[in-house]
Design a protein. Sequence first.
Length: 202
Amino acid sequence: MKILSKLMLLACALVLLLQSCKKKKEETAEYSQAIQNIVPDSLIARFQAAGIEINAGMNPPVINGIYLASPMNTLYDNSGTAGATISDYKYQFYDQNNGNLTVKLDYKAMNFSDMASGAGAYLSGANGKFTAFVESAGTSQGISYKVLSVFSGEATAQGLKGFKHAVYVKEKGSDPNNRLSPVGTLRIYKDGNSLAETTATY
């Protein structure tokens, strides 16, 4: 009987230990499982090495609002056009949910056709800094593709400080004439004065 009681106590202790370890792991996680599913550590390291900050953490600031990046400059482009000024952009973040770490996003270029609407983003961040990840798939010129877009900065009363926007080509279908950018293409854009300013209209 004493042996049985000791075994029961040991089993209870093991359950408590496992629960404690699980809770500790969740508390120290840098990214949600949704982000880990689409962004491997090697790609995060590649983004950081190329010049965009990836803000880890499970407590991002609220970034709901409309922001003007004027102008957006090409900080990095491994296809060869770094340094170019491309356009003013407007970004609208809304419906942020810090329970499941998601936010919706619209953006548009002001000088040419580049836009997205209702894109679902996964969030990470802490201490006022955030990163939003959007994986999207589509077809262009009859060629399928999958890209990962990343938006990163620091929320302030004036807007998004140090705001950057990266685009990475993850996959594409058959493209014998190289009409689309090759897989592995990475472009990073940054706001010209390092502040995407809060604005009233989209």
